[in-house]
Design a protein around this ligand. Structure first.
Ligand code: GTP
Ligand code: MG
Length: 466
């Protein structure tokens, strides 16, 4: 027997096993969920975060970077082949080309793996040499989280609540056609579902946020599918004989089973960290009702992170999300003297839910950020007074303009209280939103310009880079 060959073979196979284990279990993975309602800024956030992690010249507040402990950062083939890859290169090319454009709206979930080779801190520093940390970023529509309550509801309960909401003053202008069809003697299934979807879309276009079921507006690859062809119904006198009721009830149950449950089980339940992007400025611009609706939607979204013991989600939540960042986006619309006020509004918007998450042990933070800074600050003299403005290129014309968007109140209650009371318009000067084009970067290098993206990254993943 050739002892040498035998032991050599053994050592070889042990080495292979260790190598495999290293890949499977050794390298830590951080799964970061990025969510927010449509147009909140998810795609721009991820694109800029990745660009700024690959080229870290603008990330001084990321501690591992400041301490020169990040040795390399690189994109990897994604580990999850059941969902599309986040189209990083396309989005970056749109933002940084000669004629910069904001990325196309995305309609579904996607993911990207970025790996960082870092020098560990503390005790581990001298022992094992550099380690690799995989950051799996998952982009998914916040609207999908609004579906969680459905899991604990019957079709009858859901219908009753949805019809009551549709009759509220904020929604009545948008829901009238659907409610009228609902009252007809024998409404057609397709037309009812189409009117219901059109109502949700109109409510969303008017700035309202709570628009469940989430897939009706964000169908992903389910567009036109029977699982989305239903609508709430008034309870008929004799349910057994009512075929429309039975058909919609079955579709509602199918929607829960094949659409909602797999998303929560396969994706949501596996996240470690979460950033919730909030377009608070957009909602303020749209008026008090939009702000109140955003608050309600945030409460529903945040309930998903800490479901009560009787929630359908509680038993399947494998990991525990232990850090949640609430980020008010597009802060570059404001002079920095107002950034603190914007963060305070974001914080107030999610206060109830935050208190609950903190209670059960997740660390939370509220920040105002700009993923891609499209403006510079300036001060202009108007009628002998100095006014702090921001200057940027207007979307569409590309013309340079200096703008004063309005003054946010010192106390967030000045925004949130009227919103809660259901008033229709702000009594004093409204806040104006102007759409700026992305900045002309012309191959400047060094990551993308941003506001506090490095602080956001430090909060979300900094501790895992140690
Ligand atoms: N000025 C400025 N505008 C931003 C910023 N981030 C996003 N925006 C604006 O917000 C819009 C939406 O941003 P996206 O990143 O596409 O938002 P999203 O959440 O991915 O949107 P959907 O994919 O439609 O759900 C952009 O087209 C920009 O007009 C930012 O940092 N600064
Ligand atoms: Mg997007």
């Amino acid at each position: 027997m050739d002892l040498n060959r035998l032991t050599g073979g053994l050592i070889q196979s042990v080495g292979d096993a260790v190598g495999e284990l290293g890949g499977l279990f050794g390298d830590p993975v951080v799964r970061l969920g990025v969510t927010g309602l449509s147009r909140a800024g998810k795609t721009v956030f991820i694109t800029s975060l990745v660009a700024n992690l690959l080229d870290r010249g603008r990330m001084p507040q990321l501690r591992a970077e400041a301490e020169h402990r990040i040795l390399a950062a690189y994109l990897q083939p994604q580990p999850d082949h059941t969902i599309p890859r986040f189209a990083y290169e396309d989005h970056l090319a749109a933002l940084t080309g000669p004629d910069p454009r904001w990325p196309e709206s995305t309609r579904s979930i996607s993911t990207l793996r970025l790996s960082l080779r870092v020098t560990p801190t503390g005790m581990m520093r001298g022992i094992g040499g550099p380690k690799v940390v995989h950051l799996d970023i998952v982009d998914y529509p916040g609207e999908w989280l609004l579906d969680l309550p459905l899991m604990n509801e019957s079709f009858e309960e859901w219908s009753r609540a949805a019809i009551a909401i549709a009759r509220t003053p904020a929604r009545a202008p948008h829901s009238a056609a659907w409610l009228a069809r609902l009252a007809a003697t024998e409404p057609a299934a397709r037309a009812l579902a189409a009117d219901f979807t059109a109502y949700l879309a109109a409510a969303r276009a008017a700035g309202l946020s709570s628009v469940a079921p989430g897939r009706f507006l964000m169908p992903g690859d389910l567009e036109g599918s029977p699982a989305l062809t239903f609508s709430p119904l008034d309870r008929p006198a004799r349910r057994a004989a009512d075929s429309l009721w039975r058909a919609f009830e079955q579709r509602f149950e199918a929607y829960k089973r094949v659409v909602v449950a797999p998303f929560f089980r396969n994706h949501f339940a596996r996240l470690d960290r979460q950033v919730v992007l909030i377009d608070a400025l957009g909602a303020i611009h749209d008026g008090p009702r939009a702000v109140e609706d955003l608050r309600a939607a945030m409460a529903e979204i945040l309930a998903c992170f800490r479901p009560g013991p009787r929630s359908w989600l509680a038993p399947i939540l494998g990991r525990r999300i232990d850090r949640i960042l609430f980020a008010a986006t597009k802060a570059d619309h404001l002079h920095h003297s107002q950034h603190g006020k914007l963060a305070a509004i974001a914080q107030a918007l999610v206060k109830d839910a935050r208190a609950r998450a903190e209670f059960t042990g997740a660390a939370t933070q509220a920040l105002s950020i700009a993923s891609l800074r499209a403006t510079v600050e300036a001060t202009v003299i108007r009628d002998g007074r100095e006014i702090d403005v921001v200057r940027g290129r207007l979307e569409g014309s590309g013309e340079e303009a200096a703008l004063f968007p309005g003054n946010l109140p010192e106390d967030p209650a000045a925004i949130l209280s009227p919103a809660r009371q259901g008033v229709e318009d702000w009594s004093d000067a409204a806040y104006r939103v102007t759409r700026f084009a992305p900045p002309l970067l012309a191959g400047a290098g060094g990551g993308l310009p941003h506001i506090r993206l490095d602080r956001a990254a430090e909060f979300l993943i900094g501790d895992r880079l140690g």
